[in-house]
Ligand binder design. Structure first.
Ligand SMILES: *[C@@H]1O[C@H](CO)[C@@H](O)[C@H](O)[C@H]1NC(C)=O
Ligand SMILES: *[C@@H]1O[C@H](CO)[C@@H](O)[C@H](O)[C@H]1NC(C)=O
Ligand SMILES: *[C@@H]1O[C@H](CO)[C@@H](O)[C@H](O)[C@H]1NC(C)=O
Ligand SMILES: *[C@@H]1O[C@H](CO)[C@@H](O)[C@H](O)[C@H]1NC(C)=O
Ligand SMILES: *[C@@H]1O[C@H](CO)[C@@H](O)[C@H](O)[C@H]1NC(C)=O
Ligand SMILES: *[C@@H]1O[C@H](CO)[C@@H](O)[C@H](O)[C@H]1NC(C)=O
Ligand SMILES: *[C@@H]1O[C@H](CO)[C@@H](O)[C@H](O)[C@H]1NC(C)=O
Length: 478
């Protein structure tokens, strides 16, 4: 349906790259037959990435053992320390072969690709002592679960450039049950670790992986820019997957997420800490996402939004059995803003609320938040959607004395379930317009007749024009 939009923006050189890879393969095959037994290629494959690498190594070169019980933390650290010498010499890639690779946390380096074979499974260490404790994020002031520090992520990077984590749908298993139990029993000393966190970095690609059982958030880019998240399968019983936090220019696409929390959470810091840090999330594209989130939202903006959230464009979204489609969460004390939000082409099946705005989310880091720091919510556009089996079309609550303004909803048909006894729209402290919306919206969002079409920007964001290229990996000759 929205292919037209994409065609204008992007996809130019796909065919060229495919041709190139066929040629490469032919060259390789002919060199094989010429050199015969002498130079047999041990292992060769191709993959898509923002940048290719000159140097390669396998985890097994550094003593890695993929038996599911040997701890590989030192192998990962030694491999990446060794490969970091190639940062300014064409970069490097680390191959993780088939196997079950138990590991504690390790840090990434710049101009580096971590590549998981399709049968490679990273298993997060179950020994809490293997997890270093790091400072809270400055824009949060404290950990999200507990006051004070937080356990470092399984895969961590800070102050980097050009980092890729990919693989033919290889798996990262956070083995989170240990952490969920501690969380529910209130035994946690520090905030639970994430699977992947990249801070203060740019040019990041995280793609074609399956992430399961994260102790907490799955992928957390923060204070970073130029990020592509593509082709992830995220299966998470209790956690919050992609959290795009104070980031500039991000593209999240072709992901399948089953979550106990929001499928994509967009954030930018918490109350006085987020206001002081002042780093917004801007220029975020979310497309071709399938989400199942029975207790949370498909796309959540906030509740931590104190640095501001601006210019989010989401389209071609399938939501199944989820609590709400798009949710804006905020509170007095947050400050900041959520503005210029555009969502179109969303199909929703079995939802509690298609649209939800919450102005009294509460949840403060401490009692030092500024009660005069009121958030600004404006220019929110939803269009071209169908929903079926929905309990309520919308529950929209702004803040008394601080209404959410510039809401526009057009061409949206919501089928309310036969068993619902709720009124379809319940609105307060909001203003805006609607057009071609069924069932009839609340009086605060008057219908304009079939004339208005809510906005969706036509020009591309820079991240939409970033092309992936075909890269190759070749292990040492036998
Ligand atoms: C992910 O995998 C798909 C299907 O194999 C492939 O077309 C795509 O180029 C890959 N993308 C990235 C960024 O790895
Ligand atoms: C990884 O980076 C963090 C933050 O810079 C640091 O605290 C930690 O010691 C590093 N870990 C290793 C093994 O170098
Ligand atoms: C990373 O960058 C941030 C922001 O520029 C800076 O404050 C911090 O000291 C840097 N950290 C390291 C380990 O270089
Ligand atoms: C990746 O693996 C997951 C889990 O096994 C599976 O559900 C998904 O369909 C796979 N994705 C692709 C593109 O093969
Ligand atoms: C209305 O939305 C549907 C998708 O729900 C879309 O197929 C249709 O083209 C839209 N109509 C207009 C006039 O944009
Ligand atoms: C409709 O939604 C209800 C929950 O509100 C669910 O129990 C039921 O299975 C759904 N029906 C269909 C046809 O999906
Ligand atoms: C609308 O929501 C408010 C707050 O949840 C509730 O008190 C009120 O009864 C609702 N209105 C109707 C008509 O259901």
């Amino acid at each position: 349906m929205f292919d037209g939009y994409e065609a204008i923006c992007c996809r130019i050189s796909v065919c060229v790259f495919e041709l190139l890879s066929v040629l490469l393969l032919l060259v390789l095959l002919s060199s094989l037959s010429v050199d015969g037994r002498k130079a047999r290629v041990h292992h060769y494959f191709e993959y898509s990435a923002m940048s290719c690498r000159a140097h390669s190594a396998s985890l097994t070169d550094f003593g890695g053992v993929g038996d599911g019980t040997t701890l590989n933390t030192e192998a990962f650290r030694a491999a990446i320390t060794h490969l970091s010498q190639f940062e300014s010499d064409g970069g490097s890639q680390l191959f993780v072969p088939p196997g079950n690779w138990l590991t504690g946390s390790f840090n990434l380096t710049s101009h580096f690709t971590l590549y998981l074979d399709k049968d490679a499974v990273l298993l997060a260490s179950q020994d809490v002592d293997n997890w270093a404790v790091i400072d809270p994020l400055p824009s949060y002031g404290r950990g999200r679960d507990t006051a004070g520090g937080r356990y470092i992520s399984l895969i961590f990077g800070t102050n980097l450039t050009d980092v890729i984590i990919t693989g033919e749908n290889g798996t990262i298993d956070g083995q989170g049950a240990l952490w969920w139990d501690k969380f529910h029993r209130r035994e946690l000393q520090y905030t639970r670790p994430y699977l992947i966190e990249i801070m203060y970095s740019d040019n990041i690609q995280i793609s074609n992986l399956t992430l399961v059982n994260s102790p907490s958030w799955n992928v957390h880019p923060v204070y970073s820019s130029n990020i592509i998240v593509q082709g992830l399968t995220i299966l998470a019983p209790v956690t919050s997957p992609n959290t795009d936090d104070s980031c500039l220019n991000t593209r999240i696409e072709d992901c399948y997420i089953v979550s106990g929390d929001d499928c994509v959470a967009v954030k930018s810091g918490w109350d006085e800490y987020g206001i002081a840090f002042g780093m917004p999330t801007k220029q975020l594209v979310i497309r071709r996402l399938t989400c199942i989130s029975p207790f949370s939202a498909v796309i959540a903006l906030g509740s931590e939004m104190s640095g501001g959230i601006q210019d989010v464009r989401a389209e071609d979204i399938l939501a199944i059995n989820s609590e709400s489609g798009v949710r804006i969460k905020t509170a007095v004390g947050r400050g900041g803003y959520v503005k210029d939000i555009y969502v179109r082409g969303m199909t929703m099946k079995t939802m509690k609320w298609a649209f939800w705005m919450t102005g009294d989310y509460g949840s403060h880091p401490d009692n030092n938040y500024d009660p005069n720091a009121i958030p600004v919510i404006e220019n929110i556009n939803y269009r071209d959607m169908v929903a079926e089996n929905v309990t309520m079309a919308a529950r929209l609550r702004g803040i008394s004395g601080d209404p959410f303004t510039g809401i526009c909803i057009s061409n949206v048909t919501i089928e309310i379930s036969k068993t619902s006894k709720k009124i379809p729209w319940n609105c307060s402290d909001v203003s805006g317009i609607t057009s071609g919306v069924v069932p009839k919206p609340c009086d605060l969002l008057p219908d304009q007749g079939l004339v208005a079409e809510c906005n969706f920007p036509t020009e591309c964001l820079p991240i939409e024009n970033v092309e992936v290229q075909t890269c190759s990996y070749r292990s040492k000759y036998l």
